[in-house]
Design a protein around this ligand. Structure first.
Ligand code: BDR
Ligand code: CA
Length: 321
């Protein structure tokens, strides 16, 4: 069973990914060694509290939780998409967090501790800005190489971006950190907007999940969160008119557990950190000429219907439990 560590900034789609992951844990298909939270969609303390509340709600309150490394200079968050609490104002409806921010381990320390205790064994999944991973690498150079695999939801190859014309949120929020992560090994698995933009999760799908066991505490939560995310997606025209919202972060789990749904290309990914209009852009050079050493596998196509069917089936499993 693969050991997983999730770095996340919940975030509506982060929560769908986390619950999908917990369903896989529940089915005995994965082990979750820790969750680290990071500043991104909302502030670090809020992403931490959200992760704690959702872990609790799903019955996994005992999973160790790290608190995000603080950024000296903050970028604008994405609370206009995810709500000011990062989960569609549903945090007040849930039991309070069980982990305490003030005494929680720092995310970079927890990453270093877990990776060095299990060299070559942990699959690291990052679905927020890459601040914690870069901080761990700065403290302990080479530590990210100790992960069995490093899978990130990040970037946009063919464009457009979702924060600026070219940049995707997780890279744009901290491009220097993304650059550190892409330089940390030669096999970073990247799930860019090119594929995640096709993953439209609908209210019908949420209802299908909830109907499995309507009295389960997760049933209402999932439907309400989905409704909220759909309403902001509509407002910001994120799904090109289809009713639903984008489960970007879930793409990382699709890669790990349903790899037949994705096509990947070997590439050298570079991150723009300077450009006035292009800061946070990710590029691959497709010209036919000798290249610097490739550093990544980039997903460029996805079988969205089968991918989404797997998300629904696994979430149904979680509620059945
Ligand atoms: C990424 O940005 C965040 O808002 C989402 O949670 C996802 O990780 C998509 O660009
Ligand atoms: Ca995220």
């Amino acid at each position: 069973v693969p050991k997983l560590l999730l770095d996340t900034d919940p975030g509506g789609d982060d929560i769908f990914a986390l619950l999908w992951l917990l369903s896989l844990v529940n089915q005995g298909r994965a082990e979750l060694v820790a969750v680290t939270t990071t500043q991104g969609n909302v502030a670090a303390a809020q992403t931490f509290a959200n992760a704690s509340q959702v872990l609790n709600l799903a019955g996994y309150g005992s999973v160790p939780l790290g608190r995000g490394v603080l950024l000296s200079q903050g970028s604008e968050d994405a609370s206009h998409i995810h709500g000011s609490d990062g989960m569609g104002y549903l945090s007040q409806t849930l039991p309070p967090p069980s982990h305490e921010f003030a005494i929680a381990p720092a995310a970079d320390d927890l990453l270093i501790e877990q990776l060095s205790a299990n060299p070559g064994e942990i699959t690291l999944i990052a679905i927020g800005p890459l601040t914690n991973l870069a901080a761990a690498e700065a403290k302990r150079p080479g530590i990210l190489q100790q992960a069995r695999e490093l899978v990130v939801m990040a970037g946009a190859i063919q464009g457009p971006g979702n924060v600026t014309a070219q940049a995707e949120f997780n890279v744009w929020f901290n491009p220097e950190a993304a650059q550190v992560v892409f330089n940390s090994r030669n096999d970073v698995v990247m799930l860019p907007l090119d594929v995640t933009r096709q993953l439209v999760f609908t209210e019908t799908m949420a209802t299908l999940v909830a109907q499995t066991r309507p009295e389960h505490p997760l049933a209402h939560f999932l439907v309400n969160l989905c409704q909220f995310m759909v309403s902001t997606a509509r407002q910001y025209r994120e799904t090109a008119g289809s009713p639903g919202f984008l489960v970007h972060d879930a793409a990382t789990l699709g890669y790990l557990f349903y790899p037949e749904t994705l096509l990947l290309r070997r590439a050298t990914v570079q991150v723009e950190t300077q450009g006035e209009l292009t800061r946070g852009q990710t590029l691959i050079d497709r010209r036919h000429k000798p290249k610097p050493r490739a550093n990544a596998w980039v997903a460029l196509e996805v079988d969205a219907p089968n991918f989404l069917a797997s998300v629904v089936a696994d979430l149904q499993q979680l509620l059945r439990h």
